[in-house]
Design a protein around this ligand. Structure first.
Ligand code: ATP
Length: 333
């Protein structure tokens, strides 16, 4: 696609005998945010390092702004240098420098003015500590400084590895408001995080990975549909209604109604116009629930494979393809 800022195509990478990433493909468009989700050791940081050009994948390609990936010297398809911003998982700068000196150092490297540094220091609430050595900073202060460093050059592509770890709720909200402003300028953002409820309102897409493989990719709505998880509706007197109304009876279990998005209008119409029920709560599966669903599905498919040692390699591949199919494990009411 023309406006893909990041395009990862069939990337596989090994560390010795260990396969850290397997045939990973995805794209992030300009002005969009993708959450990169997975268990510890799933391969998220490795993927980020491959996008940064710090690791060259064994197989596959990465394209940044339509051009080949050369890390910090990448050029877009228009021959313009690609500006990359990166916040690593563990922010570690030279700790005898002050906060301001660190930002001045990176500003000089990236050709950014000292005035911009002063603005960022103030915006990030670090003015009071700008002359203090980094070793006196708290975890959250270092994180804020790291984020300021990552966005100094108004990047085309921003890669954030666990950006909200150590941040208080106010600072996390500020970080996501900065991301929203950057997206308006066309910046593509990839965020690795385990804080799913925090990132959920801010994403355009999410990719869930496990053991170096892509389990699911899409918008929240697409992931919901792919997971087959149902919308839940609760209201008073539901058990009685379910007894007399066949539509509700089919959807009723454990004191609630469970249905797909396409059925929602019909259910709500039935409750309101037929039974005069207006006080109800509707809950859609959130990112955390969707994530747990795909992780559980992946775990059970790996167990199924482990329990069938007699299968040859070809049969295992075909069983795996079936287990990982979007339609495997779809729950029907
Ligand atoms: N330089 C390396 N040498 C050998 N193995 C490595 C190296 N870097 C990463 N790995 C292994 O690759 C796998 C993926 O690691 P990676 O850091 O990408 O995971 P992650 O998803 O970012 O995990 P976390 O959520 O814990 O940060 C892990 O099993 C890790 O031990």
């Amino acid at each position: 696609m023309e406006n893909n800022a990041v395009c990862v195509n069939e990337v596989t990478h090994h560390f010795g005998d260990f396969t850290a990433l397997k045939q990973m493909s995805f794209a992030v468009k300009q002005g969009q945010t993708m959450a990169l989700l997975g268990h510890n050791g799933a391969g998220k940081s490795t993927l980020i390092k491959i996008i940064l050009g710090l690791i060259k994948p064994d197989i596959g390609e990465v394209s940044l702004m339509g051009g080949a990936n050369e890390g910090s010297s990448s050029m877009s398809s228009q021959g313009v240098p690609v500006r990359l911003g990166y916040l690593p998982e563990n922010v570690s700068f030279y700790d005898k420098l002050t906060g301001e000196e660190i930002l001045h150092y990176f500003a000089a490297l990236k050709g950014v003015s000292k005035a911009k540094v002063a603005t960022l220091i103030e915006e990030f609430g670090l003015d009071y500590a700008k002359d203090r050595q980094l070793k006196t900073y708290s975890k959250g202060m270092k994180q804020r400084l790291g984020f300021a460093q990552a966005i100094l050059s108004e990047p085309d592509i921003l890669l954030l590895d666990e950006p909200t770890v150590g941040l208080d709720p106010h600072a996390s909200q500020f970080l996501y408001s900065k991301i929203a402003a950057l997206k308006q300028t066309g910046c593509a953002v990839i965020v690795c995080t385990h804080e799913l409820s925090l990132i959920e309102p801010h994403i355009d897409t999410a990719m869930i990975v496990a053991k170096g493989e892509r389990l699911a990719l899409g918008s929240l709505a697409q992931l919901r549909a792919l997971s087959g998880l149902k919308i839940q509706l609760k209201c008073e007197g539901l058990a009685d209604l379910a007894e007399k109304e066949p539509l509700l009876s089919r959807l009723y279990r454990h004191d609630a109604l469970y249905f797909d998005r396409e059925q929602q209008d019909q259910v709500v119409r039935c409750l309101t116009s037929q039974y005069g029920k207006f006080g109800f709560s509707i809950m859609e599966p959130g990112l955390a629930e969707i994530y747990r669903h795909f992780m559980a599905e992946s775990e059970s498919s790996h167990q199924a494979l482990a329990l069938t040692p007699s299968l040859n390699a070809q049969s295992k591949t075909s069983l795996k393809a079936r287990l990982f199919s979007p339609f495997f494990g779809m729950k029907n009411v």
